[in-house]
Design a protein around this ligand. Structure first.
Ligand code: ADP
Ligand code: MG
Length: 377
């Protein structure tokens, strides 16, 4: 990728660039926990957006997207926003740095990536984080702290791309480290690294390539259920609730609200159990918790769908260590923790069975937990 970028950069701009990259991400466990003040547990992966960049001593940004094969120029003032959606991620990052009092000057860039788009691996966060990290290094002497770089990416999505996302994706993309997952406390924003070196196991994502568009905004309804139960318990979020507290009010709330809150409370405990298990190197327990999460998302939180439940069933039948829906639900990927020597058989079976039933095979993405945003040597 680097060679290709260098060639493209030299032929377009004729100067010598520096190289930066940032990663897509997975979330091992901790789903629908962020807006409940709980924990998420992401890591950066070995799929990145990489950019060749050099300052150009003008007040213009000139960028070429190799994958989209499109060239865009824009200024750095608010009214200079480009139309192309991919370029708005870069423009937004520039603007958010400037809004925070940082420095951004004109630059030339060529970039490309291998994070699958829209598959739930956060290619957009990889793109934002790559440029945020680069501009911090090139123009700000790295004076913006890394967590703030993640916030710059998040604000970019909010203010320039129309996506009202949380902080997890950008956090994971910026802060990720090889062989480590991060437990992020979505209430305090404190985080801690945990070892993830599953020598005998691999992570494989199976993308169902389905996305069910549901009416009456199911996410808002889930959120409202959680808020109602928290309020009934006299809490801001379900973070401090436990099952005894929930059971004590069971008869006062609807069955639906009960099961939504039950999932959130249990999921918080599962993240903590996975952290303990990883400290012991106990990947079998990690896998069990992943299956429990899937069951909870499917039966209690009701955000699964037929295709994802089917992939989960196949994983179980194949003896896969752990498997669950990754992401908000109603489609997208399952994340699977599988013994290395079982991987090929599992992937083959899953693809064949899924295709026989739904007419297309899932896409297969093996991932390795890797470094987040960095300058390439
Ligand atoms: P994801 O879940 O992968 O983040 P999004 O819809 O949030 O999906 O972001 C995808 C968008 O990010 C693309 O439509 C494009 O604008 C931009 N993008 C991601 N990867 C690339 C790339 N390699 N080249 C150009 N733009 C990209
Ligand atoms: Mg995105």
């Amino acid at each position: 990728m680097k060679e290709k970028l260098l060639k493209e950069f030299e032929s377009r701009f004729g100067t010598t660039p520096a190289f930066y990259a940032s990663a897509g991400r997975i979330n091992l466990i901790g789903e629908h926990t962020d807006y409940n003040g709980g924990f998420v547990f992401p890591g950066a992966i070995d799929k990145v957006i990489m950019a060749a960049i050099a300052a150009n001593d003008t007040d213009k940004v000139r960028v070429f997207s190799v994958d989209i094969n499109e060239y865009v120029e824009f200024g750095l003032n608010e009214e200079d926003a480009p139309e192309q959606s991919w370029a708005r991620y870069i423009f937004g990052v520039c603007r958010e740095i400037l809004k925070r009092g940082g420095t951004v000057k004109g630059f030339d860039a060529v970039f490309a990536g291998n994070v699958p788009l829209g598959a739930g691996l956060s290619s957009s966060a990889a793109l934002e984080s790559c440029f945020a990290f680069a501009l911090n290094d090139m123009f700000n002497n790295n004076s913006i702290d890394k967590f703030e770089l993640a916030r710059i990416g998040q604000s970019t999505e909010h203010n320039y791309c129309g996506v009202n996302c949380g902080i997890m994706d950008q956090f994971a993309s910026v802060m990720g480290q090889k062989g480590k997952l991060m437990r992020l406390d979505c209430r305090s924003m404190e985080f801690e690294y945990f070892p993830f070196n599953p020598e005998d196991y691999e992570l494989v994502l199976l993308d169902s390539v389905v996305k069910h568009e549901l009416k009456d905004s199911p996410y808002n309804k889930r959120r409202q259920s959680c808020e109602r139960v928290a309020k009934r318990l006299g809490m801001e979020t379900l973070r401090d609730a436990d099952m005894d507290m929930l059971n004590a009010i069971k008869t006062d709330i609807t069955a639906e609200d009960y099961f939504r809150a039950k999932f959130v409370i249990e999921e918080k405990d599962r993240v903590l159990a996975v952290c303990d298990a990883l400290n012991r190197g106990d990947y079998e327990t990690v896998g069990e918790k992943m299956y429990e999460t899937h069951a909870g998302l499917s039966k209690d939180y009701e955000v699964s769908c037929e295709e994802l439940d089917y992939l989960n069933d196949i994983a179980k039948e194949c003896g896969v260590t752990g498997s669950r829906i990754m992401g908000g639900g109603f489609g997208g990927c399952t994340i699977n923790l599988v013994k290395k020597d079982q991987r090929d058989a599992f992937v083959k079976t899953a693809c064949e069975k899924f295709e026989a039933k739904y007419g297309h095979a899932p896409k297969v993405y093996p991932v390795v937990i890797s470094d987040g945003a960095h300058k390439e040597a």
